[in-house]
Design a binder for this molecule. Structure first.
Ligand code: ACO
Length: 429
């Protein structure tokens, strides 16, 4: 017998039977769509803390067990054996590609990675000290002005073309934002490079200096992108879905997602880690800082997670690559910040305060360090996150549009304003 949850209004005595649905994994949900019709009430759930807003087969997270799956594949296996573009293909298509499919997909992505020359001119309209996220929101939204002919969201070829354009152009747009801030000349994507190599080259190549691609740095960035590719129905992904539910074009929807990611409560934690490390200043200051944390005068940024309570599976993976990268770059960097981070991690993991509260380093503790070690300024951190998350956003958007039951998203409210009042002429107020 199928399960139901019955909701009863004790005042009227009316009841509504809500069917319970079981997913492949995770908590079951009960379908409360009948509540408004049968009971004349809406459900109240600020911040959607208990609401499943959609059915999705893209990503699954179990925060208690520290599990993250994309299309059923554990993140650990993807990080070890795969590459970012293959993960993009997986998120978009639901299956890992064959060798031929991967080659075609990579070729397709490379083909669309160049920006229209007139789009490059957009940048000249930004102030020299503009935040790169401001440029990203504007330029990605502006992409919709170029591809009118291929933006029919009900055409599967158009959908895939939009997805590939976004994934292909995002590193070019991000790198251009970075170079614009520094006044450096634009660098075009090159056919011979992989996705991540291209990103590096577009960020750091200079005409008057030798540029050497460091394979450990390339792998570190590749893993960073894989680890941030999707994370279920988080705030920016939900924004992309809500924008898309109005049948808005995907470039505009992704721009909305970027705007949401920009907030410090979402994409900004790795920036806060670097700020904290700089404030600590030197290793000798760590014990005082940790005392302040224990006395609630400070927070150890990059530790703890709302969903992952035992460990963040992404942190375990990124920690390893972070240590490898720091070992590799040690000779060049000499930066006390990295030394402080490693010591802080070592001490905090042994302290009762953190052990008792199950506070472990999260992905942001290491990602900020990695990005700094790669020479990426803190203002670009959220941009890097946005580049990676584009794959998840567009895969989730595509899944939603391909669902025949898609409807415009329209939450309700509990109105708490004035009941009713008569207009007062301005002279009488
Ligand atoms: N430093 C010090 N103490 C902490 C920390 C921390 N980073 N995180 C939690 N605590 C303490 C709290 O003070 C509380 O202590 P108490 O029981 O003595 O009152 C206890 O641990 C439980 O903390 P909550 O705030 O209830 O945990 P919650 O799940 O709500 O918070 C959060 C999770 C917001 C991530 C928190 O751990 C935090 O602020 N971490 C630092 C910021 C950060 O790194 N954010 C990135 C998250 S990862 C991501 O978004 C990709």
């Amino acid at each position: 017998m199928s399960k139901i949850v019955t909701i009863t209004d004790n005042t009227s005595g009316k009841s509504v039977a809500c069917p319970v649905y079981e997913g492949t994994h995770g908590e079951p949900v009960f379908d409360c769509q009948g509540v408004a019709k049968e009971l004349g009430m809406f459900t109240y759930d600020p911040a959607f803390m208990t609401t499943a807003s959609c059915k999705s087969a893209v990503t699954f997270i179990d925060g208690d067990k520290g599990i993250l799956l994309h299309r059923g594949y554990p993140i650990e296996q993807l990080a070890e054996h795969s590459n970012y573009l293959e993960v993009c293909y997986l998120l978009l298509n639901g299956e890992l590609p064959t060798a031929q499919q991967f080659e075609d997909f990579s070729y397709g992505i490379r083909r669309v990675s160049v920006l229209h020359e007139s789009l490059l001119a957009f940048y000249n309209g930004f102030q020299q000290n503009a935040h790169p996220m401001a440029m990203l929101v504007g330029v990605v939204g502006g992409l919709s002005s170029y591809y009118h002919e291929e933006m029919d969201i009900y055409n599967p070829d158009h959908r895939m073309m939009c997805a590939m354009r976004l994934i292909g152009k995002m590193p070019t747009i991000a790198a251009k934002s970075f170079r614009y801030l520094l006044g450096r000349p634009h660098v075009y994507p090159q056919h011979q490079f992989s996705y991540v190599e291209n990103f590096f080259n577009m960020m750091f190549w200079l005409p008057n200096r030798e540029f050497e691609m460091n394979p450990i740095a390339v792998r570190a960035l590749e893993i960073m992108l894989i680890l941030h590719a999707d994370h279920e129905q988080n705030a920016s992904t939900s924004t992309v879905r809500l924008a898309g539910s109005s049948q808005a074009n995907p470039y505009a929807c992704i721009a909305a997602g970027i705007a949401t990611l920009w907030g410090p409560a979402h994409g900004g934690a790795n920036e806060a880690v670097v700020k904290m490390l700089k404030e600590i200043g030197k290793v000798e200051n760590i014990p005082t800082f940790l005392e302040n944390v224990k006395n609630k005068k400070a927070r150890l940024m990059g530790f703890g997670h709302r969903v992952y309570k035992n460990f963040d599976p992404r942190a375990t993976i990124i920690r390893k690559i972070c240590h490898e990268l720091l070992d590799e770059l040690k000779a060049e960097s000499h930066q006390p910040m990295f030394e402080i981070a490693m010591k802080l991690e070592e001490i905090a993991l042994k302290e009762d305060y953190f052990i008792e509260r199950k506070l472990y380093p999260n992905v942001d503790f290491y990602s900020g360090i990695i990005l700094s070690a790669l020479g990426i300024p803190t203002s670009m951190f959220t941009v890097m996150f946005a580049v990676a998350r584009t794959a998840g956003w567009i895969a989730q958007w595509k899944e939603m549009v391909e669902d025949p039951s898609m409807k415009i998203g329209r939450p309700r409210q509990l109105y708490t304003g004035h009941a009713n009042r008569n207009f007062i002429q301005i002279k009488d107020r």
